[in-house]
Design a protein. Structure first.
Ligand code: 8DG
Length: 315
C-alpha cells in the first residue's frame, strides 16, 4: 500500500445516555497497536458506509447498531496510509459491547480523557465531543436584556455550556457591558461565552472565544487567537473554509423560516442534509434558524452536530 491510496474507514462513537463514549485500544498485530481509537475499520469494496459500520461493530464489539447518524469526516495521511474516516454517532445498539479481538474497552467523559495515546487523526474528534448538542444565541436587541437574563438560569441549569452573544445592532461599549452581565451568570456555571464581534474588540473581555459572522469568516485567513472560535455559514464552501482555518464549529442555516431572514427561503431539513453531505463536515455543524429544543433529533438525523437556538432559547 502507498500513502497516495485513499483508504475509506468508518468509525462509531458510541454515546451512552450519561454522555460517556466508548474507546477501544488497537490490538497487537495492527499498525499503531496499543493506540486508542473509536471502534470501526475499513469499508469493503462495494459496501455502503452505514453497512460497514454495522458490520465492524458487530465484529469488534458483538453489538447490533440500531440508531446511528453521520457526524464528522476527517482525512489524515499516516506513513502507512492516507485514510478518510467517516465518524458516526451511535446512540442505540443491542447487546453490551464486548471486546472480540483482544482490544481493551474504556468509557470516557468528553473533555476528560484519561487513556493514551490516541490515534493522531482523532484529536479534532475529541474536541468536537466536548461541544454540547444545544447552543444558544442571545437576541437582547429584540427581546430585551432582562428577558434573556430571566431565561438564562433555567438554560444553564439544563446544561447549556456554550452561549454565543449576537447583537448586531450594539455599539462596542454597549456590547461590552452586556457581555459583562452575561458573564456573571455563565462563568460560575462553567458555560463558555463567545461573542460575535470584531476579534480585536474582545481583548480583556471575560470571554472564551469569538464567533465570526459569514463576512468575517470570508475575510479570515488565519484562525483568531482564542481558545474557542466558531463561524456562521450558509454554504458548503463556507464550511470548508471554516474547517481549513481549524475552527471549532460552524452554524449553518437557516433551516426553518425565521424572523432573522424573512425574505430568504429556508433550507429545510432535506436542504440541510444535502449541504452537510456535500461538505462532508470536518467540523461540528449546528443547525440554525427557527429551531427549538425539540428539533435536535431531526438536526442529528440530517448530519448536524446539534441545534443553535435563538428566539427558541428564550421563550
Ligand atoms: N477504526 C478506527 N480507525 C481509525 C481511527 N482513527 C484513525 O486514524 N483510524 C485509522 C487507522 C487505520 O489506518 C484505519 C483503520 O484501519 P484498520 O486497520 O483498523 O481497519 P480494520 O479494522 O478493517 O482492520 P483490518 O481488518 O484491515 O486489519 O483508520 C478510529 O478512530 N477508528
Amino acid at each position: 500500500m502507498t500513502s497516495t491510496q485513499l483508504v475509506e474507514v468508518v468509525a462509531g462513537v458510541l454515546v451512552r445516555p450519561d454522555g460517556r463514549f466508548l474507546l477501544a485500544s488497537r490490538p497487537v498485530g495492527k499498525v499503531y497497536a496499543g493506540y486508542w481509537e473509536f471502534p470501526g475499520g475499513k469499508i469493503e469494496p462495494g459496501e455502503a458506509p452505514y453497512a460497514a459500520l454495522v458490520r465492524e461493530l458487530q465484529e469488534e464489539l458483538a453489538i447490533t447498531v440500531t440508531a446511528a447518524t453521520p457526524w464528522l469526516v476527517q482525512q489524515f495521511v499516516y506513513p502507512h496510509a492516507h485514510v478518510r474516516l467517516r465518524f458516526y454517532r451511535v446512540s442505540a445498539w443491542q447487546g453490551e459491547p464486548q471486546a472480540q479481538e483482544g482490544q481493551q474497552l474504556n468509557w470516557q467523559t468528553p473533555g476528560q480523557l484519561d487513556v493514551a495515546p490516541m490515534l493522531p487523526a482523532n484529536t479534532p474528534i475529541l474536541r468536537a465531543l466536548s461541544l454540547p448538542a444545544i447552543t444558544a444565541l442571545t437576541c437582547a436587541g429584540e427581546l430585551g436584556e432582562d428577558a434573556v437574563l430571566a431565561a438564562l438560569p433555567a438554560r444553564l441549569a439544563a446544561g447549556l455550556s456554550l452561549l454565543i452573544v449576537r447583537e448586531p445592532d450594539y455599539a462596542r461599549d454597549q456590547l461590552a457591558s452586556w457581555v459583562a452581565r452575561l458573564a456573571e451568570l455563565t462563568r460560575p456555571a462553567g458555560c463558555r461565552l463567545l461573542v460575535n464581534a470584531e476579534p480585536d474588540w474582545l481583548a480583556g473581555w471575560p470571554v472564551d472565544g469569538v464567533h465570526l459572522n459569514s463576512a468575517r469568516l470570508a475575510a479570515c485567513r488565519q484562525r483568531p487567537d482564542f481558545a474557542w472560535v466558531g463561524a456562521s455559514a450558509h454554504r458548503p464552501e463556507e464550511l470548508q473554509h471554516a474547517a481549513e482555518l481549524g475552527l471549532d464549529y460552524a452554524l449553518l442555516g437557516h433551516v426553518l423560516p425565521t424572523a432573522s431572514h424573512p425574505d430568504a427561503p429556508p433550507l429545510g431539513w432535506q436542504g440541510l442534509a444535502c449541504q452537510l453531505a456535500s461538505a462532508g463536515p470536518r467540523l461540528p455543524v449546528y443547525a440554525l434558524g427557527g429551531l427549538g429544543d425539540a428539533d435536535l433529533p431531526a438536526a442529528c438525523e440530517a448530519g448536524a452536530h446539534g441545534v443553535a437556538l435563538m428566539r427558541g432559547a428564550w421563550a
